[in-house]
Design a binder for this molecule. Structure first.
Ligand code: ATP
Ligand code: ZN
Length: 311
């Protein structure tokens, strides 16, 4: 990696881990930071993890739902994502005009000029958090006792980085509750404990810590302090680089309060706005934390970890 400005020992450690992943063939680089191809072995880890999470959360009796990696722009508008995270979002554009405009586009492209000005925002956006498409479908009154959903899919976040743990497109598995405020808080706390236990059983040195999201701009700073003060977000972190860094989040357990439920007018049977809570696992990050902890050769991993992941 000669083209990258290495500024701190932590950056260097991250690049060394990235090189190790590329050299072993676990990841395959593309020309864009944070977009990788993944090997068969890498996918075996992800598949094992997916199965283990399904088993560990089975007693929830969650309704399984899968959405594609894009969702309606109209639903995106109802969230405040573009207000809070404009820098992370991704809009899909496409060409909607006729032959004349297409000729103009091609001429610009031929001349080496930007041609994307001829594209217009389509009616879908890239999904940033995989629970957003779900909330959009829950509008109205929830069943008695609330709802629990099991989601899995790709999220996009425009945060290009040479840190192999920070991808632009990655998979999440989420278990999402919507119901009364008390039930949502209890759900978050209970299943946080389960999540920590499952990840620790894989030999990961996990810790649960209060966290905050990278809200954009000045107004965002106030949201950050509220999130920390009220302990709305807990992250499960794993130290990957010794003393250089306190740890990277591989999962998070969130009290979303009425943040999305109000936006989508989701109510409990008593007519009040429901509260949401979710447990979200980063699939690539967890697989990478396992590789960092146990090494690049799966056949050399501890026997009990391999058994848990079916490897
Ligand atoms: P971070 O603070 O590291 O940016 P986040 O708080 O934005 O993460 P969440 O919104 O809680 O993350 O998403 C749930 C999980 O998705 C995270 O715990 C993490 O495992 C994973 N994740 C989030 N952002 C990325 C990313 N850029 N690359 C890979 N995995 C990610
Ligand atoms: Zn976040």
């Amino acid at each position: 990696m000669t083209d990258v400005l290495v500024s701190t020992p932590l950056d260097e450690a991250r690049l060394a881990f990235r090189d190790e992943l590329l050299e072993s063939g676990m990841l395959v680089a593309t020309s864009v930071p944070g977009i990788y191809g993944r090997s068969g072995d890498f996918e075996r880890i992800v598949t094992g993890l997916d199965t283990l999470l399904g088993e560990s959360f089975a007693s929830l009796g969650a309704t399984v739902l899968r959405f594609p990696p894009v969702y309606p722009r109209a639903d995106f508008e109802r969230t405040d994502y573009i207000a809070s995270f404009p820098d992370l979002s991704g809009i899909v554009s496409s060409f909607e005009d006729g032959d004349r405009e297409h000729r103009e586009l091609l001429a610009a492209r031929e001349d080496g000029h930007a041609w994307d000005g001829w594209l217009k925002p389509a009616d879908v956006v890239l999904t940033n958090a995989i629970c957003h498409p779900l909330y959009a479908t829950l509008e109205g009154t929830l069943p008695e006792g609330g709802s629990v959903h099991d989601l899995s899919g790709y999220g996009f976040r425009h945060e290009p980085s040479n840190d192999p743990m920070r991808l632009q497109s990655f998979r999440m598995r989420e278990f999402v509750f919507a119901g009364t405020p008390d039930a949502a808080q209890l759900y978050r706390d209970t299943w946080l404990d389960t999540s920590v236990a499952v990840l620790a059983s894989l030999g990961l040195a996990v810790d649960a810590v209060p966290a905050n999201d990278p809200f954009f701009g000045r107004a965002g700073k106030m949201l950050v302090s509220a999130q920390l003060r009220e302990n709305l977000k807990v992250e499960i972190i794993v130290p990957l680089y010794g003393d250089l860094h306190e740890g990277t989040a591989i999962a998070s357990a969130n009290c979303q309060r009425d943040h999305l439920t109000a936006a989508f007018d989701i109510r409990t049977t008593d007519g009040e706005i429901a509260h949401g809570a979710c447990i979200a696992f980063g699939m690539e990050r967890t697989a990478l934390a396992l590789l960092r902890t146990h090494g690049m050769r799966l056949d050399a991993w501890p026997v009990d970890v391999r058994a848990l992941l079916g490897l």
